[in-house]
Design a protein around this ligand. Structure first.
Ligand code: IFG
Length: 532
């Protein structure tokens, strides 16, 4: 009996659902008009701006939109052309770049009359008739344009025609960086990366207002830059890499190409020749550089700390003088990085002697010494920059050096090393500094990371990507995204804005943009990525 009643009830329920379904079906016949996609909210930008004041209606790009730049500023013109090249394919709009007056369209204006913006800050004002980016210098225009880019739909990153509307939310953004040095390092020594692969990474860094590209050009496994006075460094020292692959090297023209490309994205290149350790590729290229006069084979493994230039030999310093002379001549940037890390095969006394003799080879050419923070075991010259790669806590020698003028770039290995695995078993990366999921890479403050370090000594931040375990762009992108944007935010945005719970939603909104850019990112389960 129960069975029978159940069947009846089920049938009745089914009939009821059908009837209702039919009812709603008729209602669905007249679908509500699709609401126009709301523009990206003004504050949904990475790095988060200093101040955001939503107001009024959005600016809508259209056929008549012109990109207006100040007359007489080639640099502003180049920012306009860069923006036009980004927007034309996806919007299908002409977007002519016009020098001169005009108060409509997309305006890129210098002379912001707001000193607090510095050279990299900007103001963006968006409303129905115009969206205007104003800055004190072209770099500020370029960074303001990255914000404008992020306020447009992610589909603007596509290289084929997309449907709009192309709107920029109404209101005002006022923005400028917390730190002047916001860097990313690419290790082209363990595995070699081509000029094109470096340029692709530069373009991805520019979206997050990174302004410094540090290239790790030499190590035990490879020497990656031509030095005319020591030609075997590149031809032999660059002939392999971790795992024994073909390696490679940059010609001087390649290096100049990278420097110019980075500069066009308002990024300064910092070249690193790691010394006195991490030098097997050089020692293998020239027997006379070795204390015993015997050249070792180039190393294709991943151990560290076993090599050293020969500190007592005079040839070591004429070698480095030649290398640093040629490097300085093709580096418009302020810094030459001389490494200094993991010199476990150099005695402390020799290390101090070595650093005392090598730093002047940098400063006499008008360049600033940069080195890993172990240089504070020796005596950094005045104005030197120590790059901190510890894990926070107490660093007495670093603090002492900072108190006498050494500035510090923060690259804590347990937060900012992009070659740390996300989690156990993840592909690519290493784990000596622990696993670093995206929340951990965001969870630090450069001003308080090292106890007693004067906050005023912190020049900025840098995210190193060591390449023992990667050798192509997809793998760079898997490790760099989604962690790099958070480190860029730590370098740019006010400390008061630092909050994982709000950051993670802004980060999630970057996912569709990376999809459109073809960035092969790690979809961390900690981020509420949009569906679809
Ligand atoms: N430490 C070494 C790097 C690289 C890295 C990998 C520094 C300064 C471990 N030195 O980091 O050469 O091997 O995570």
């Amino acid at each position: 009996m129960r069975q029978h009643r159940t069947v009846l009830l089920t049938r009745l329920l089914a009939a009821l659902i059908l009837a209702l379904g039919a009812g709603t079906a008729s209602a669905a016949a007249a679908p509500a008009p699709a609401a126009p996609a709301a523009p990206v909210p003004l504050g949904r930008v990475v790095p988060v701006p200093v101040s955001v004041a939503p107001a009024g209606s959005p600016y809508t790009l259209g056929d008549a939109t012109v990109i207006r730049v100040d007359a007489g500023s080639p640099a502003a013109q180049r920012v306009g052309e860069w923006l036009a090249a980004l927007l034309r394919p996806s919007t299908g709009l002409a977007l002519p770049v016009v020098a001169g007056a005009g108060t409509d369209g997309i305006q890129l204006r210098l002379g912001a009359g707001d000193k607090a913006l510095g050279t990299e800050g900007y103001r963006l004002v968006s409303g129905p008739g115009t969206v205007a980016v104003t800055a004190n210098a072209p770099a500020g225009l370029f960074h303001g344009v990255q914000t404008l880019r992020q306020l447009l739909p992610p589909s603007v990153e596509e290289r084929t025609r997309q449907s709009g509307p192309w709107q920029v939310a109404g209101g005002t953004v006022r923005d400028f960086p917390r730190y002047p040095y916001r860097g990313a390092m690419l290790d082209v020594a363990r595995h070699f990366f081509t000029v094109e692969q470096v340029k692709r990474y530069v373009d991805q860094l520019a979206l997050y207002k990174i302004n410094t590209l540090h290239l790790h050009l030499s190590d035990d496994q490879g020497w990656r830059i031509v030095v005319d006075s020591w030609p075997r460094l590149a031809t032999y020292g660059g002939s392999t890499e971790v795992g024994g692959g073909p390696g490679g090297h940059f010609s001087k023209a390649d290096y100049r190409d990278i420097v110019a490309y980075a500069a066009s994205r308002h990024m300064e290149v910092v070249p690193e020749i790691d010394t006195p350790g991490h030098t097997t590729a050089a020692l293998a290229s020239y027997a006379q550089l070795n204390c015993d006069g015997v050249a070792p084979p180039i190393y294709t493994g991943t151990q560290v700390g076993f090599s050293s230039l020969c500190v007592p030999k005079a040839v070591t310093y004429s070698f480095l003088d030649d290398v640093l002379r040629e490097l300085a001549a093709m580096t418009p940037g302020r810094y030459l990085h001389i490494g200094g890390d993991e010199a476990q095969s150099t005695t402390a006394a020799d290390y101090a002697t070595f650093m005392g003799r090598v730093q002047p080879l940098v400063t006499k050419r008008g360049k600033t010494v940069m080195a890993w923070h172990q240089i504070t075991e020796a005596r950094p010259v005045a104005g030197a920059v120590a790059q901190y790669w510890g894990m926070g806590g107490t660093e007495t020698k670093l603090v002492a050096a900072a108190r006498t003028g050494t500035r510090v770039v923060m690259s804590p290995a347990n937060h900012a090393y992009l070659d740390m695995k996300y989690k156990a078993g993840a592909p690519f990366g290493t784990e000596w500094a622990g696993y670093v999921e995206v929340d951990k890479s965001y969870a630090w403050d450069p001003a308080t990371l090292v106890r007693q370090l004067p906050a005023s000594a912190v020049l900025g931040v840098e995210a190193p990507l060591w390449s023992e375990t990667i050798d192509n762009s997809d793998e760079i992108e898997y490790l760099a995204f989604p962690r790099l944007p958070g480190i860029a935010e730590i370098g740019w945005s006010p400390a008061a804005t630092h909050d994982w719970s709000t950051y993670r939603t802004r980060l999630a909104a970057q996912g569709p943009r990376w999809d459109a850019m073809g960035i092969d990112y790690y979809r961390s389960p900690l981020v509420p990525w949009p569906a679809g």
